[in-house]
Design a protein around this ligand. Structure first.
Ligand code: ADP
Ligand code: MG
Length: 250
């Protein structure tokens, strides 16, 4: 298949004597939402960190858009179009929402544009418009001139999402995007992800909440003790007896 955006092959990662990832093989198709589920300690975050370059696999490879990113620095992988939404919001509390969203928009651009960073942060149209568009999309537009520290917890998570989306990622990775959210905020997040999915952006979501997983995923991989025990479309995974036993609670 040539529409594979992310291809993880034979990846192993140990921490001392602990095999956190044991021969992971995973292909993510363009435009799809691929969910990774599994119990605590299964290796989900470790897998994500090997994709974004925070960890280097002991063996195996990670191919993104046909190019090996194995062993590349996190900022190089980010520059290539892989963006992660963090579990804990990493925002600038004293800056306005608009400024918060404009910073990653600039950072994701290459070359001399960065030299104009400060002038442009408060002036340039192009990046500003991009930032405003994303905020409108996420329902943050009417708060864009407020300092980020004013935001509610749910809105902070949405600001983080805006800061990721403005980089126009080819591959967006979300580690438990709805963890700790109210049901209302969770549903709002599902709705946002469904909308951005419609634009053909590829996403990998790590999620505990089965409502979120089954509302969004095109493909689910189940991780247990560092290995993928089942991978397929949601209806197959749901019906798999091994998954039922290991994860969904029988
Ligand atoms: P999950 O995200 O599925 O809950 P993790 O990937 O965080 O699981 O962890 C997988 C296993 O690897 C766990 O047993 C965890 O304790 C261990 N682990 C994760 N990161 C490290 C690390 N930096 N050093 C040592 N052990 C780690
Ligand atoms: Mg984790």
């Amino acid at each position: 298949m040539d529409n594979i955006v992310l291809d993880v092959s034979d990846v192993h990662k140990s921490f001392g004597g602990l095999k956190a990832l044991n021969n992971i093989n995973l292909q993510v198709e363009e435009g799809k939402i691929h969910a990774i589920i599994g119990p605590n300690g299964a290796g989900k975050s470790t897998l994500l960190n090997t994709i974004i370059g925070r960890l280097v696999p002991d063996t195996g490879s990670v191919i993104f858009n046909g190019r090996s990113i194995t062993g590349m620095q996190p900022h190089e992988i980010n520059q290539a179009g892989v963006v992660r939404v963090f579990q804990t919001p990493e925002i600038f509390p004293d800056l306005t929402l608009l400024q918060n969203v404009m910073i990653p928009a600039f950072a994701s651009k290459e070359g001399p544009v960065k030299f104009n960073f400060f002038r442009s942060l408060f002036g340039e149209k192009d990046v500003r418009e991009q930032a405003e568009e994303v905020m409108l999309d996420l329902g943050l537009h009417d708060q864009m001139n407020r300092p980020a520290s004013d935001l509610s917890r749910g809105d902070k998570r949405r600001l983080e999402m805006a800061m990721s989306l403005v980089q126009n990622p080819k591959l967006l990775l979300l580690d438990e995007p709805t963890a700790g959210m109210s049901r209302a905020d969770t549903n709002r997040t599902i709705e946002i992800l469904q909308r951005i999915k419609a634009r053909g952006k590829t996403k990998v979501i790590i999620e505990h909440d089965m409502h979120v997983v089954f509302s969004l995923a095109d493909h689910i991989s189940v991780l247990a003790q560092g290995a993928i025990i089942c991978s397929g479309p949601p209806h197959e995974v749901k019906g798999n007896p091994v998954v039922q036993e290991a994860y969904l609670g029988g």
